[in-house]
Ligand binder design. Structure first.
Ligand SMILES: Cc1ncc(COP(=O)(O)O)c(C=O)c1O
Length: 374
């Protein structure tokens, strides 16, 4: 077993209670025992999503959740696809399989202009897709505002909250999100392999006659409503045990406290980068648009991804690099799930020491973070 500190933007380190829950003996997935686990997962997820809408858990990762959302409500329709990072791009690719993307695109890490979104919606699209927390560039997109525009133009708002829900404030109903998606391995601090979706009444009204088979949301709805709540096909039961325990821990902590912990850790990382003269990758005027679950930082001049992340790994800390064309241009520190002061400080100590070994003068990060975490 390695004892590396996992500071990537998911999967995240799991609490021993979650690991233990996953080693429970197997049960029948159409039994009162499973119905209780599933029922409690749904009840807590509704609080996490801040929704009264139907919530389901799919056996599949976040991308399965994205594809389920699109494939159930898009069949040849025009869909506004907002892209300013890798996962927005993925949404657009999924939409292209089921309908016609109307892209509203920016360079990765650049903010979205609401007037562009409105301009695209005016032409009569049936839905809009957006990634709330763009993990690839460490920024938050304006979900509340895009939700209001979707409502104004009677389009469905399909939102990827894969790396935000459970770590930042995401009032799904208040923002008018018609289908919201979260991944288990991110802020929920559960094992990878599950995706949860919240589906609004408006989304149910727009379900297509031609639905996918495995990801048919109407089938999920029908089976969840049975006397013993269940899923249409055999779920990844052990992962559900893990998710169940992780959600119980969220309830014990309280969402308010959890959001505040994420905010504080993220702010400490940003302050540390500032003190170390390291530049955050997205250049945002609105400070609140920096992600509180992952920080993307420009790679210092002359340093490669291999050198930086290799040095961190040697010190027992795993961070993430840039994706696609951002490889070698940025590195990313994940601070989601069970993250606390200790992990943040260990990571920053390793970063200072790695950079110093590579000849980059970048000190004062740990001190700045300690100050912010007081
Ligand atoms: C914002 C976002 N959306 C979607 C995904 C895809 O999730 P998965 O890898 O669980 O399929 C990720 C994964 O990193 C993500 O960060």
């Amino acid at each position: 077993m390695n004892s590396e500190l996992l500071m990537i933007p998911g999967p995240v380190l799991l609490h021993s209670r979650v690991l233990k829950a996953m080693s429970r003996p197997m049960i029948n997935h159409r039994s009162p025992e499973f119905a209780e686990v599933y029922g409690e997962c749904i009840a807590i997820l509704k609080e996490v999503f801040q929704t009264k809408n139907d919530v389901f858990v799919l056996s599949g990762s976040g991308t399965a959740g994205m594809e389920a959302a699109v494939s159930n409500v898009v069949d040849g329709d025009d869909v506004v696809t907002i892209v300013n990072g890798k996962f927005g791009e993925r949404f657009k690719e999924i939409v292209a399989l089921y309908g016609n993307p109307i892209p509203v695109e920016y360079e990765w890490g650049n903010p979205i202009e609401l007037s562009d979104v409105e301009g695209a919606l005016e032409k009569g699209a049936s839905a809009v897709t957006m990634v709330h927390n763009e993990t690839s560039v460490g920024m938050l997109n304006p979900a509340k505002e895009v939700g209001a525009l979707a409502k104004k133009y009677d389009a469905l708002f399909i939102m990827d909250g894969v790396s935000s829900i459970g770590g930042v404030d995401v009032p799904v109903d208040k923002w008018g999100v018609d289908i919201a998606i979260v991944g288990s391995q991110k802020c929920l601090a559960a094992p990878p392999g599950l995706a949860a979706l919240a589906v609004s009444e408006k989304a149910w009204e727009r379900m297509k006659a031609k639905s996918p088979y495995y990801l048919d949301l109407q089938a999920y709805r029908k089976y969840a409503a049975k006397e013993l709540a269940q899923t249409p096909y055999t779920p990844a039961v052990s992962l559900f045990f893990g998710l169940h325990e992780a959600l119980r821990m969220i309830k014990e902590e309280g969402m308010h406290e959890r959001i505040e912990r994420h905010r504080k850790c993220a702010e400490a990382v940003r302050k540390a980068m500032n003190a170390m003269d390291m530049q955050l990758f997205p250049r945002l005027n609105d400070v609140s648009a920096y992600s509180n679950t992952v920080t993307a930082v420009k790679m210092p001049e002359g340093i490669t991804d291999k050198q930086l992340r290799g040095g961190m790994k040697k010190r027992g800390v795993l961070i993430a690099g840039g994706q696609a064309h951002l490889k070698d241009k940025i590195f990313r520190i994940g601070h989601m799930g069970n993250v606390s002061t200790k992990e943040i400080l260990v990571t920053l100590e390793a970063l200072e020491s790695t950079l110093s070994e590579l000849g980059v003068n970048a000190e004062g990060g740990v001190a700045a973070a300690k100050d912010a975490l007081k």
